[in-house]
Ligand binder design. Structure first.
Ligand code: MLT
Length: 254
């Protein structure tokens, strides 16, 4: 039986709703640099996904659809009919499932450092190996290297390493298996009726910017914001540019 969970979330500001969905295996705090920049013009909703941050950690796998259902349930609890969803990396996979499954609940979408393709068989295999490693040894052996892949900026290192060290093995392995098994979403793009912004850093070493860019051709109302100096974490590395892109998206969406 599918276990329902109530997500932990934080609310900031007021205005049209903007849900900020973090990536793997992070939590809502990655979005905090955007709060002072956007809270005057939007209601910011920052959830922790199941298995992450302060949300419950049930046994996985966490399919992208299950994680999208958690977001839907949160919107129902908040009595929000339509929102803009911004998904970072794994959060982007979830946003894509959400727009495919619940199109009427979406006013617009931001895909941040993410892409629509399914995993290659090598990537899938690697995820299962990582899930096993984390279940045995926790994040100890991985945190430092993974932090470096997210962003090589020295000023972000201790924040990222500590965030990764706090990740719970059961949540990490649930999300890894869910990502490994996710569907290819590239065929869904043409049916998305709402505005979509693709935001990506040219220095992203985790999801090559070509993969994010490849989505543009499939979208009816897509536009892109390329950030030359950003890696995989533009909301931490270049928050002003990300906030500007979100502002533009919100104006087009409501
Ligand atoms: C993420 O940052 O959410 C993940 O690294 C994405 C992925 O592994 O595909």
């Amino acid at each position: 039986m599918k276990k329902m969970v109530n997500l932990y979330y934080e609310l900031y500001g007021s205005g049209s709703p903007l849900v900020l969905i973090h990536g793997f295996p992070l939590d809502h705090t990655i979005w905090l640099p955007l709060v002072p920049l956007l809270q005057g013009s939007a209601l910011l909703i920052l959830p922790d996904l199941r298995g992450h941050g302060s949300s419950p950690v049930p046994r996985g796998p966490y399919s992208m659809h299950l994680l999208a259902e958690d977001i839907l349930r949160m919107l129902d609890t908040l009595r929000i009919d339509r929102a803009v969803l911004a998904g970072h990396s794994m959060g982007g996979y979830i946003a894509l499932d959400f727009v495919h499954s619940f199109p009427d609940r979406l006013a617009g979408m931001a895909i941040v450092s993410s892409q629509a393709f399914a995993d290659s068989s090598e990537r899938r295999q690697k995820r299962y190996e990582t899930a096993l490693e984390v279940s045995k040894n926790g994040m100890r052996n991985l945190a430092e290297a993974m932090a470096q892949q997210l962003s090589s900026r020295p000023e972000l290192k201790s924040y990222l390493v500590n965030l990764l060290l706090r990740a719970k093995p059961m949540g990490v392995s649930g999300a890894l298996k869910g990502m490994a098994e996710r569907e290819d979403a590239s065929g869904w793009l043409k049916d998305i009726k709402v505005p979509v912004v693709l935001i990506y850093g040219l220095k992203d070493s985790l999801i090559p910017c070509e993969k994010t860019r490849a989505m543009l051709a499939g979208l009816q109302k897509g536009f892109e914001v390329e950030i030359p100096e950003a890696e995989h974490m533009p909301m931490l590395e270049t928050p002003q540019q990300v906030a500007e892109a979100f502002r533009k998206l919100m104006l087009l969406s409501f």
